[in-house]
Design a protein around this ligand. Structure first.
Ligand code: ADP
Ligand code: MG
Length: 275
């Protein structure tokens, strides 16, 4: 057996917030793209029945023959559902509406909260083949603290929380943090908060600035310096099936996601991958 170079350590990050429309999917797609652009091997797991991450990465519904539903239902190994995207080094395990039924189907299964963790075992292993050597797995969660999100929290090393700069931002955050505590206690002792990323920031809006101040006071240095501005290019990109970095690299949104990627790598104290 030839011993290849030992794989880069794998980091599994769940993007979670039970509120919809706060930028989870946008951040999964564009942070994933930015990490891939600086040389990381990235897998996005679409865990939302809406499948917005899959669509935004250009995988249309007809192309989703195998999905995260089939994987979590135990029918196929994860890698069989994984597809390449237009971004080098970025793959996705797409989702379909089938995921809606999974919660019911799993309800009485003993391992119902640990399904994702189990199916990730082969890609976590040091023995995994070269083309399965991801350095980041980003899990795009649905807008709810349901069993799918619990599966993501049980499988992850850390939670990345996108928080929209709006008035009720902190209210939802406390509930999410309590859930993270519970999962850490019951299922996944290693689970930490990766960080909080403020999204859709509008510098001309006083409320936006006040929310930023409050969140920074409440969560301290867990909040990334980098804020994602509200940017029309970011919202246009998914309808072209592209990450904003491919759609308009120069726009403020793309540049912010690139800064976020380097801030995350820096904070983890990891050396950037050689691109
Ligand atoms: P979630 O996954 O949390 O439900 P999304 O990422 O789908 O949220 O974002 C909700 C909506 O806001 C989408 O239409 C998306 O295109 C838009 N959006 C997200 N981030 C930005 C941004 N920085 N600027 C402008 N629009 C954004
Ligand atoms: Mg989403």
């Amino acid at each position: 057996v030839k011993a290849g170079p030992s794989p880069r350590p794998l980091r599994i990050i769940a993007l979670a917030n039970q509120k919809g429309g706060v930028g989870k999917t946008t951040t999964a797609i564009n942070l994933g793209t930015a990490l891939a652009a600086i040389g990381e091997q990235v897998l996005i797991i679409d865990l939302d029945p809406q499948g917005n991450a899959s669509t935004g990465l250009g995988i249309d519904r007809r192309q989703r023959r195998l999905s995260t539903y089939d994987v979590l239902a135990g029918e196929v190994p994860l890698m069989q559902a994984v597809q390449a995207t237009a971004v080098p080094r970025l793959s996705v395990a797409p989702s379909t509406m089938d995921l809606l039924g999974l919660e019911m189907e799993m309800a009485s299964a003993q391992d119902r909260a640990q399904r994702l963790r189990r199916v990730l075992e082969p890609v976590v292993s040091d023995e995994r083949p070269e083309d399965e050597r991801f350095s980041y797995v980003l899990i795009d969660c649905p807008p709810s603290l349901n069993l799918l999100t619990i599966n993501a929290l049980a499988a992850a090393h850390a939670v990345l929380v996108p928080l929209q700069c709006e008035f009720f931002a902190l209210e939802g955050l406390s509930q999410l943090l309590r859930t993270v505590e519970q999962v850490r206690g019951a299922l996944n002792p290693r689970l930490t908060i990766q960080g909080i990323v403020l999204t859709m920031f509008d510098p001309r809006n006083n409320l936006s600035a006040q929310v930023v101040a409050d969140v920074r006071e409440f969560m301290g240095d867990k909040v990334y310096e980098t804020m994602i501005p509200r940017n029309v290019r970011v919202s246009e990109a998914p309808s072209h099936g592209k990450p904003v970095l491919l759609y308009d690299l120069k726009c403020a949104g793309s540049q912010a996601y690139l800064r976020l990627a380097s801030e995350i790598i820096q904070r983890e104290g990891r050396l950037p991958a050689a691109a």
